[in-house]
Ligand binder design. Sequence first.
Ligand code: DX5
Ligand code: ZN
Length: 211
Amino acid sequence: MKVAPSILAADPLNMERDVQRMIDAGTDWLHVDIMDAHFVPNLSFSPALAEALHKRFPGLPLDVHLMMDNPEKYIGVFIDAGASVLTIHAEIDADVAAMLDHIRSRGVKAGLSVKPGTPAESIRHLLPHADMVLVMTVEPGFGGQKFNADMLGKLDDLRQMGYTGLLEADGGVSMGNIAALREHGLDVAVMGTAMFRSADPRADMDAIHAL
Ligand code: DX5
Ligand code: ZN
């Protein structure tokens, strides 16, 4: 399984140091949460940070999670900034399939995210357009929340619906629930608090990679 530490939990005054620590520990991706204070009640990072991270760490795939009501205005901006994976939410009022197709057409992995209250069945028609489904395991907006174990069933639902692409979980993922997530077919674990506050991220990542 792959790991994508979420920089929402990094020290904003020591971003370079904290990201380097994740690279030294063997990280696969870096998860970058973009919040618009409208789709979610919080603000986070700008395209300038994604671009600066990509310039400083060009070999590190940026997994950009757009928690935004109007991602169409920013898809091109984040692709130009260097995103390798770009995820939008299924709940927005827009032509999500067309946006996913557009992301793919730019050579970037297209991700589709669902909040805890959004059933797998409601995105059945979108699955052929997505390279990855990001299952939120907390209500999006803040780091450090408690993992919702009911979402393990949503991972099963997606596989039972015939979805064979990447599955990613985000929110409250820790060394305590990673094995269960793997058993339910998870491919990529987003970990904010658990990775940036870990005493030994290399040991944790080694254990995750071995799952
Ligand atoms: C929550 C964000 C997450 C967050 C996860 O809305 O999408 O990526 O950083 O943080 P932890 O792992 O601390 O729950
Ligand atoms: Zn996220």
